[in-house]
Design a protein around this ligand. Sequence first.
Ligand code: GLU
Length: 614
Amino acid sequence: MPHRRTCVLALTGLAAAAVVAAAPPVPAAAAPAPEKSPVAIGTGGAVATVDPDATRVGLEVLADGGNAADAAVAAAAALGVTEPYSAGVGGGGFFVYYDAASGTVSTIDGRETAPLAMGAGAFLDDSGAPLPFQEAVQSGLSVGTPGTPRTWERALERFGTRSLAQVLQGGIRLAEDGFVVDPTFAQQTADNADKFARFAPSAELFLPGGAPPAVGSVFRNPDLAQTYRLLAEQGVAPIYTGRLGEEIVQTVQHPPMAAGAADVRPGLLREVDLARYDAPLREPTRIEYRGLDVYGMAPPSSGGSTVGEALNVLEQFPLGSLPDVPALHTYLEASALAFADRNAYVGDPAYTQVPLAELLSQEYAAERACALDPAAAAAKPVPAGSPDGEYGPCPAAGGPTTGAGTEGPNTTHLTVADAAGNVASYTLTIEQTGGSGITVPGRGFLLNNELTDFTFAPADPNRPEPNLPAPGKRPRSSMAPTIVLDDGRPVLALGSPGGATIITTVLQTLVNRIDRGLDLPAAIAAPRASQRNGPATEAEPAFIAAYGPQLQALGHQFTPVTEIGAATGIEFLPGNLMLAAAEPVRRGGGSAGVVHTVPGAGEDTVPAPDLGDG
Ligand code: GLU
């Protein structure tokens, strides 16, 4: 087990860009990429995103006196330009906010909804079999009512100090002037080229001249600049009750196919779905872990409940004093138990009774911990527990069992803090990288495929399935924007993309930081493994190299995956310093920044004060 240590990091060093196969070549006169660093320490506010332009836009809003909510929306709008395959006004997300004045954590549920015309069998074919996943993704059918514009509006009206018009200016400039294509954007375009080529406006926008844009070229999106200008002038009404909404509906119902491309399934979205869409404020989830308060996103996301339940189970074990292998074994097993319950019990709370308080109770965690053998991995999938309020020591295993879902390595997370101590932890997405693949003609943004997060057919027809489609329902999410308080004040905020691996990435990073004593950059950079109640644990090669044989001896199996997650986070350090951290390597490396760098602060070392009483 690595003990409390500091990590040597050059603050000015650029993150190593991921080497990507078959990415388009660098043109002769490539524009210089903007500078970025995965770590920054300073004062006056901090921003961590996956992208240097988005981080810069957020920092500009903070430097201009905007607060964390203002800067988070501004950075999200910038990500809609530079990360259009992961985020944008055609998608949804979850916004978790700590308001320093009141000392409270609130959340906004900006999840997409199913159209009112969608029934439980929407993703079954005529024979009753689930549609092939990619057929469902690349269709109008998978497009849910976008929630991101309403989230931005709500975040600003509830927490912000700036207008939508003000915070969209950075995104407008970026879309108008363009950004320098980096290897990650080029590779994501190449990976989605077949999908984009099926839809005329997507091919025109993202495959200029019939090919992905070259690394180092400047990518402009004047249509998106125009869309943002419209929202700046008129607010989000054009999307929910206006002409732009009509165009979205038309696009979903009649996907704009490229010449010669086979038709895809049309969608069910109508104007009424847009008009009735709301992004409600919801109570956050809250659990205590090692004396800290961990706040997360409640259903319809399974992020807060699953991270919270796993932490409650882990608290039954002395992780901080265990060597690496037993500590990681415990982490993997607790994750499997929490995923069993997630799959069995979590869905949109307006449609299914989610036993949230029980799932997050200490008593239930104590009962669940009985199923965790410190010396051997359980056979997976493990059964779900019985969060029924009646707990005793080590009940016989029972309850429904379901497998892991089909979610991809997509999405984006940003973390922002301001000088007053407000914090935004915001995960947003259009679901798959590239979403449905359908761009709204002339508007510069992709539509989501979020409805493929519904379970297409029950795994066990004899058990209730909480995540089947229904009219107006929100599909279950894994997004887990998280804020940690100590004695009512924020100490840490973080989140990640990555479908269901979001949950394990957030969980593992918290364990690394709180229990294993790693500083935040090291906690983020550490090799990852994701156990989601499947027979094998997905793990990065470095994880398998370091711990694989010893964990295999305990009964774990591993499936190697190149990368898991792309986290960002902010930690509040003693002396009013803020530490912003992003990935050094994953997804091409992220970008952390602060409003004022403090000379000498953290230039050679990153502090890792003890967090909590673990
Ligand atoms: N749709 C996913 C979710 O809500 C996020 C997209 C992804 O990261 O795969 O959990």
